[in-house]
Design a protein around this ligand. Sequence first.
Ligand code: FCB
Length: 488
Amino acid sequence: MFNRLSRRAFARLASAAALAPPALRALAEGTAAQAPAANHIALTFPKGFLWGSATASYQVEGAVNEDGRGPSIWDVFSHTPGKTNDGDTGDVANDHYHLYKQDVALMKDLGLKTYRFSVSWSRVFPQGTGTPNPKGLDFYNRLVDELLAANIQPYCTLFHWDLPQALEDKVGGWQSRETSEAFGVYAGYVAKNLSDRVKHFMTLNEMSSFVDIGYRDGRHAPGLKLPPAGVNQVRHHAVLAHGLAVQAIRANAKPGTKVGLAENAEACAPVIETPDHIAAARKAMREVNAGYLTAVLEGKYTDAYLEHHGANAPKFTAADMKAIGSPIDFVGLNNYTTTWVRAATTPQGYAVVPAPDSYPHMMSPWLRIGPQGLYWAPKFIAEIWGVKEIYITENGASSTDKLTPEGQVYDTDRVMYLRNYLTQLHRAVAEGVPVKGYFVWSFMDNYEWADGYAYRFGIHYVDFKTQKRTPKLSAHFYKEVISRNGVA
Ligand code: FCB
């Protein structure tokens, strides 16, 4: 009944539009110059808000055998039959290693204030440890110089999942604390060499992704399915690596260098904005992230976390926890989805609500749309831990982008997604939550890990045969956002 009625109403509206006077029609078609309504509220961000975009080494660089780079676990994994969609690898990817100048020019054209890239550990230390390879670091020197010449601030991630294969072979990768220690040395070395020009470093990208998907579920490199105790120990080595890297960066970088991480903490949000659900979501924010962000910001595992894992809990020392809790300058939050939480009369006081089957998502099935996470997560992070500087280090969406015969990509779904998330972010910033910048994922379509090239996240379309980049509608939207410093 509802369906029939609304269809009839739609037909009525459509014929009315066809009969409408020219001025109205122009308005509907977007061709009339419109003055904003008197009561229009512009969703403007604070002056100096840093609009950025992000990529990661293995996803864009290619050039896997050049200038002395050693293999990473993603080279080996992606070349193992059956592990990635269509057997796709990052061998060439966006060939950004060679095309970086052209890419930086595109960034400049977009008006980017900042760009977040990651360093490939095995370019710099082909064996993970030992003698560094100066040619590997040189690429990042060139990239940083090019960015600065374009007036774009470089934000550098030290680990975005491409662990040197040598460490996986020698010590079992993140199963060993030797990898955490090696990461500290590598992080200190990169910071020593880049911090004359790079002022913000992020240690690890999304610990929960590379630990849980790589070492528990086996769907990402190195493709292991460890039992719970093993996974918890890997998780501990990840947070330990973060802490050791913070210390090494402090010891080696130029004064004034800022250190943080880029973590995909679950963004807990109340199912309804009432005091009881909000209190429940705040509690959940701390507990569901206990193995990662909470450990880093508190230098301890919560009692509930240790109790929950019981005999499988990680083995650690007081010195480990001290390193893990090393003070950081900012929190980077990667956010795509929202974890909906309700109040519950259980001892824990909250319940995570599973998504109904009909919940809307973007092309990637995991990417359930929930813009409110971008309001609540930074707000809770500031409230619970008193964090003074927050960045949204990733946010974006996959879409079934298609080039029109005229060579355009009208990704209206991605634009809708971004507009809604930015509106929620604006709400946080307007309340004084200290979010200083936002990085859209991603600057261009790239190698989406086990999903290969089929899932496009870029605001620039990439033809992987010709390496041609085309700005999508979302790039035009983002350019407008940047130029007006507000939601467009
Ligand atoms: C994040 C990753 C990033 C990219 C996006 C879509 O989890 O950090 O590399 O794959 O998802």
